[in-house]
Design a binder for this molecule. Structure first.
Ligand code: SF4
Ligand code: SF4
Length: 61
């Protein structure tokens, strides 16, 4: 599961453009990862220029 470090995102939209299933919704002040759509490809984590997204394993929570 992808999780956003809210304080870090500058809402550049780069992650939205690389998500193959449109699981990221971006508005001016908020970025939401739609859990039900996400296929865990991690493209968004790799592409974010400021490392604002991180991965966590749901099974360990
Ligand atoms: S690429 Fe990173 S900084 Fe840009 S909108 Fe996505 S999470 Fe935020
Ligand atoms: S991990 Fe892949 S599918 Fe999930 S939000 Fe990021 S880019 Fe989209």
């Amino acid at each position: 599961m992808v999780q956003l470090k809210q304080n870090r995102c500058d809402f550049c939209g780069t992650c939205v453009s690389v998500c193959p299933v449109d699981a990221i919704e971006l508005s001016e002040f908020q970025l939401i990862v739609i859990k039900e759509k996400c296929i865990d490809c991690q493209n968004c984590i790799k592409i974010c220029p400021i490392e604002a997204l991180e991965w966590y394993d749901e099974k360990k929570i």
